[in-house]
Design a protein. Structure first.
Length: 94
């Protein structure tokens, strides 16, 4: 349950960051980097709490991979979809 909660928290954090990026018209690359760095730190902290609660390090590494990679994969998918939309628009406007 903690894995699901942490993963959903990452997706919510990503959605909030993408919304702030769009409203403030910030560059995407800097927001992507900020998301990846902060989310990696949050994932490591989550793993440390799990180990302190009695989980094995191996279990927390596997959980950490899931918790970190699912929101990161969502970010990559969002950026890829935006690139495809931009490419289609440039084809039709040329």
């Amino acid at each position: 349950m903690h894995t699901l909660t942490a993963t959903v928290a990452g997706l919510i954090y990503l959605a909030v960051l993408l919304g702030v990026e769009r409203m403030a018209r910030l560059p995407g690359r800097s927001m992507d980097t900020a998301f990846a760095v902060f989310w990696l730190l949050a994932t490591v902290a989550h793993g440390q709490r799990g180990v302190a609660a009695g989980q094995t390090v191996l279990t927390e590494i596997v959980v950490g991979l899931v918790v970190f990679s699912v929101p990161l994969a969502a970010l990559i998918a969002v950026r890829a979809a935006a690139r495809r939309r931009a490419a289609r628009r440039s084809i039709f406007t040329s």
